[in-house]
Write a protein that binds this ligand. Structure first.
Ligand SMILES: [Zn+2]
Length: 232
């Protein structure tokens, strides 16, 4: 099993929705978990200035990860533009590549490639490209030591994976996943108002309940397997 795990999130809260239970399991097993936030989700609160929302969601992320046992020093905020994540931009790819070469995860979580959110698909492409480049000897300006990530899993947020290849049993940590999600009060129904999607509360457990229902019961997180080098 891996000693170092990294989760890449297009926006703060995706990491909890997609694999918050798995994160808790890794922490409990004594693994070091890093979280890379691509954007700070600054356009996720309609009617509020993005300049205010970004820092607020970063604070919420720090609280959510503390709830799961991850220290603030293990969080990286790249502050790419919310809505503007673009795998064709080399400076964006380079930022992720640098983080991979510096932190050297043995297991990496990404949004799955068929996510219905345009930003999430762009985040997948960006990180998938960075995962390839991080293992190459090219682009030494993004870190002196190449790093090939041996295992990569794709997580689901609100778009289901057609045929998941790996399931994590999160029954024992579901309460912690929901507690971490509750830290994102800017995304709660009360904060977002009528007619807006909200990501905090009991519905966040529905997908893992569905995944449990179609496998072995309880609650599970489902993944695509993008690389399976040696550690899952
Ligand atoms: Zn998102």
């Amino acid at each position: 099993m891996p000693d170092v795990v990294m989760v890449a999130a297009p926006h703060p809260d995706d990491e909890v929705l997609g694999c918050g239970g798995s994160i808790a399991c890794h922490v409990d097993a004594g693994r070091q978990v890093f979280v890379l936030y691509l954007s700070s989700g600054e356009r996720g609160c309609p009617g509020r200035p993005p300049a205010d929302v970004g820092p607020l969601r970063e604070q919420e992320a720090a609280q959510a990860m503390e709830t799961l046992g991850i220290p603030a020093a293990n969080l990286r905020f790249l502050r790419l533009p919310d809505g503007g994540i673009n795998p064709a931009l080399l400076d964006q790819v380079g930022a992720v590549t640098s983080a991979l070469r510096e932190l050297r995860p043995e297991l990496l979580y990404l949004p799955h490639p068929d996510d219905a959110s345009f930003d999430h698909r762009a985040a997948f492409m960006l990180c998938w490209r960075a995962a390839a480049m991080a293992g190459s000897r090219n682009f030494p300006e993004w870190g002196p030591r190449p790093h090939w990530v041996p295992a990569v899993l794709g997580y689901e947020v609100w778009s289901t994976i057609r045929e998941p290849a790996y399931f994590e049993d999160i029954d024992g940590v579901l309460d912690r996943k929901l507690a971490a999600l509750a830290c994102y009060q800017s995304q709660s129904p009360a904060a977002k108002g009528d007619g807006q999607a909200s990501h905090v509360g009991v519905p966040a457990a529905f997908l893992s309940g569905f995944r449990g229902a179609i496998t072995t019961g309880g609650h599970r997180e489902a993944f695509t397997v993008l690389r399976a080098g040696r550690v899952i």
